[in-house]
Ligand binder design. Structure first.
Ligand SMILES: Cc1cc2nc3c(=O)[nH]c(=O)nc-3n(C[C@H](O)[C@H](O)[C@H](O)COP(=O)(O)OP(=O)(O)OC[C@H]3O[C@@H](n4cnc5c(N)ncnc54)[C@H](O)[C@@H]3O)c2cc1C
Length: 400
């Protein structure tokens, strides 16, 4: 957004509570690699130009990618400047920070969608003796006590951490709700290449029938690795990870699981198959566009015929619970009535319900790709144009 505002000669400042690339430096685990391929990492006027376009950046590379961008665009960033409140007064946004106050006509909230871990209320009933941890605080398995670990949540974060922790010698039980299964590559190309080529990632928020549901779809089960392997539940079963249904609660030292495991897995298999069929149809219609491998199909997810609905945590030596149950944004500093019942900012494609205020970087903000790094390119272009028009109309009103 800063680059787009500079291109339009809009005087602006970027307030950052920590360092550049702060969330990637301080809120991610050690082994994390992006699940988006390098060629997809782009920002306005900037893209990956290394030797491994099909590889996946580890955190140090990503941090340096973002730092270089900030230098290249001379972003006017004020570091170590935490915004502590934003209110409206005298027709302007009044921004209080740990380094003084600012006033502005327009405000872009780009404070991230993943500032805090979402922990379900059932956690309150978990036995006090068990260590609880979230992906924001998790760095590596050595942090965890020896013994078993229950990982709650089977999207990208849950699967990646379940595998890493299990390989460290701490037996993992994974509890699974609705999830999105995807192969890493299909017909010789990255699955995100296909989603890009088919225009799926460009689908707009106002073209989607059920936007509330669309904005709550879990992240796909993908991992970035040198081998470009798929990370799915069958791979975890082969390693020895135990699969259980969605965590429903705790009672008398026992975890209770929903009986929906077979159904949620069958649904994820079906949805993956539908996507592969769509890709195959696209290939048939666009043979001149891409030279690709023949179609493939994958085994259905293997699930025990009657997965247990209860697990005695002590008997199974479960000493840790890792809540991989999603993330949420922290808007505790926002003193403007723009939040809905769930604490999310009300907006129409990033245009917030308060004149001159904009939102960036949240799921399906304007397009399916909005929550990805490269999603910022189109979103920032659209929203900066709206912002410039707003400032011009405000200036005209003042002159009149
Ligand atoms: C585990 C994980 C893996 C991911 N993997 C991928 C991936 O592979 N590919 C991909 O494209 N996307 C991935 N994402 C999504 C990715 O986080 C977003 O695409 C991207 O970070 C959004 O950038 P952002 O600038 O909007 O938010 P952030 O990167 O979160 O930046 C927000 C910034 O605002 C600052 N801030 C917050 N509150 C305040 C305040 N009150 N005052 C001042 N500053 C504040 C924060 O310190 C932070 O630096 C992943 C997300 C997570 C959580």
């Amino acid at each position: 957004m800063s680059q787009c505002l500079s291109e339009c000669s809009v005087d602006h400042v970027v307030l950052e509570r920590g360092e550049i690339a702060n969330s990637w430096k301080h809120e991610r685990w050690d082994s994390l690699k992006l699940l988006t391929p390098n060629w997809q990492s782009r920002l306005p006027g900037y893209c990956y130009n290394g030797d491994e376009p099909d590889g996946y950046m580890a955190m140090p590379e990503l941090i340096s990618f973002i730092e270089k961008y900030a230098r290249q665009i001379s972003a006017p960033v004020k570091l170590e400047t935490r915004v502590t409140s934003v209110s409206i007064g005298g027709g302007k946004y009044q921004v209080a920070t740990t380094q003084g106050n600012w006033q502005c006509d327009s405000l872009v909230v780009a404070s991230g969608a993943c500032n805090q871990a979402q922990i379900p209320t059932v956690a309150e009933a978990a036995p006090a003796s068990i260590k609880m941890i979230t992906p924001i605080d998790y760095r590596n398995p050595e942090q965890l006590p020896q013994g078993g670990v229950m990982v709650v949540g089977a999207s990208a974060t849950g699967l990646q951490l379940a595998e890493e922790i299990h390989r460290s010698g701490r037996p993992v039980t994974l509890t699974i709700g609705e999830h999105v299964r995807l192969p890493r590559t299909y017909r010789g190309k990255d699955i995100l290449w296909w989603m890009d080529a088919l225009g799926i990632l460009d689908e707009r928020y106002d073209e989607i029938d059920d936007i509330v549901r669309g904005r709550n779809i879990p992240s796909p089960q993908l991992v970035g690795s040198r081998e470009r392997d798929s990370l799915d539940l069958n791979r975890l079963t082969a390693l020895g990870v135990k699969l259980r249904g969605r965590l429903a609660g705790f009672n008398d030292g026992k975890a209770q699981f929903s009986g929906s495991l077979r159904n949620v897995c069958a649904l994820a298999d079906l949805k993956m198959l539908r996507l592969l069929n769509t890709i195959d149809e696209w290939v048939t219609d666009n043979q001149h566009l891409a030279r690709v491998d023949p179609p493939q199909r994958y085994d259905d997810t293997e699930v025990e015929s009657s997965p247990p609905l209860l697990m005695d945590l002590t008997k199974n030596n479960i000493n840790t619970i890792l809540w991989a149950t999603g993330y949420s944004a922290d808007y505790s500093w926002l003193d403007i009535p723009v939040l809905d019942r769930k604490g999310k900012i009300r907006h129409d494609g990033g245009v917030v319900d308060s004149p001159g205020m904009y939102l960036m970087g949240v799921t399906l903000l304007r397009r399916r790709k909005s929550s990805y790094i490269h999603g910022a390119v189109d979103d920032a272009r659209d929203l900066s144009a709206h912002l410039v028009a707003y400032l011009e109309s405000k200036a005209e009103t003042v002159q009149a």
